[in-house]
Design a protein around this ligand. Structure first.
Ligand SMILES: Cc1cc2nc3c(=O)[nH]c(=O)nc-3n(C[C@H](O)[C@H](O)[C@H](O)COP(=O)(O)O)c2cc1C
Length: 374
């Protein structure tokens, strides 16, 4: 066993380092962050969620703006690096199918489907492309459901599984009472998901890497999830927010630096799901029952009951991306309060690698009786 930082193979994609930068909407991970991560050997992921907000015609024609902006951002990222560029597309988005086609046409290397079960996809398009598919799940149950469905209906299975635990940022795939229940801790989810994949890996003679996500913060955490828990790689998002290359406004990054542990809270998002965010005045007013009236230009999320919603989640996230916190809030992982400075993606990855290798060497030296001290 080598102490070198591990790589990650997904089908014919080979990432030099087993780190995926989690997709972050709205507009938090676009071409700047994704290409910086890919340059360092990881997998950089652009979030497709309402990415059209960067276009001045977004409010006139949001669907067209989303298509155009996503195409441009993928092409921009791909032209900045030879590394691996992915796109995160939420199943809950009304444009889910359309944006899969757009991403494949623009040359994305891999797509990650989250926030719902991808049980209806343009399979012909996927099969005829070289684009890999990763699915984001929170349980072995969801894994079995997706793989059984794809096997039965598509005679094809996804190429990777990201297991997202309850410490992640943004919308969570758990019930409120499960979030702090140790039975649902990420450490306990990986094994059952790996087991659920066994029959499919055998049937398709295909290795499906399992990637751990949610609360992974240091190189020591990466060591633990890969070498002790048995994941093939990790997905990290919170740490990538506090980088120069992250596509959010500086005020968004500073909200992470300023946040204390008690500021990281679970909210009920207007789409009905729990989400993790940094508490601020906007969220406090929503909690007190204050409504932020809005006109829905079109139903961007399938489950959004916009007539009952106290505010528009898309608008709130766009405001936050632009640093306008009077009208929005920042999603963040459980460890966001540990962020204390902004660094470059290169320095962050160097730090994670160093910490991983130190942890590996300490663990190995302890096992062989402290040879290092001899
Ligand atoms: C600001 C922010 C926005 C996010 N947006 C999305 C998203 O649009 N789609 C998604 O599947 N996951 C989203 N996530 C989840 C991340 O991709 C990732 O899996 C998770 O946050 C990993 O945990 P960590 O932040 O503790 O590293 C978001 C996370 C953050 C912090």
């Amino acid at each position: 066993m080598s102490s070198a930082f591990p790589g990650l193979t997904i089908g014919d994609l080979k990432a030099k380092i087993a780190i995926i930068q989690g997709g972050m909407g709205v507009g938090i991970s676009m071409s700047s962050l994704a290409s910086a991560v890919a340059k360092e050997g990881g997998i950089g992921v652009i979030s497709a969620a309402e990415i059209g907000f960067i276009k001045d015609y977004f409010f006139k024609n949001p669907q067209q703006a989303n298509r155009d902006a996503l195409t441009e951002e993928i092409k921009k990222a791909k032209s900045a690096t030879d590394g691996i560029i992915g796109v995160n597309i939420m199943v809950a988005m009304s444009e889910f199918l359309d944006l899969i086609e757009v991403s494949i046409d623009a040359g994305a290397d891999i797509l990650f489907f989250g926030a719902g079960l991808p049980l209806g996809v343009p399979i012909k398009k996927i099969k005829n492309s070289n684009t890999k598919i990763g699915v984001i799940v929170s349980s072995d149950r969801a894994t079995k459901l997706i793989f059984k469905y794809w096997d039965r209906h598509y005679n094809h299975i996804p190429d990777a599984v990201v297991v997202e635990g309850p410490k992640a940022g943004g919308h969570l795939g758990f019930k409120y009472e499960q979030i702090n229940d140790p039975a649902y801790a990420l450490e306990n989810l990986i094994g059952p998901v790996k087991k659920a994949l066994e029959p499919f890996q055998e049937k398709y003679s295909k290795r499906i890497p399992v990637i751990a996500a949610g609360g992974i913060y240091t190189g020591a955490d990466i060591y633990k999830f890969i070498n002790i828990i048995g994941a093939d790689g990790v997905q990290m998002a919170t740490r990538f927010v506090a980088t120069y290359e992250c596509d959010a406004d500086m005020a968004f990054k500073e909200a992470y630096i300023k946040a204390k542990k008690e500021d990281i809270v679970i909210i009920k998002s207007p789409v009905g799901l729990p989400g993790r965010a940094i508490r601020n005045r906007f969220l406090e007013e929503v909690e007190k029952g204050k409504k932020q009236p809005f006109k829905c230009i079109w139903q961007c999320l399938k489950g959004c009951e916009y007539r009952k919603a106290p505010y528009c989640i898309t608008q709130a996230l766009i405001n936050a991306q632009k640093g306008r916190f009077s009208g929005g809030f920042a999603f963040a992982g459980a460890n966001a309060y540990r962020v204390d400075r902004i660094v470059s993606v290169k320095d962050l990855i160097e730090e994670l690698k160093r910490d991983y290798i130190n942890t590996f060497e300490n663990a190995h030296n302890n096992r062989v009786g402290g040879i290092r001290d001899v």
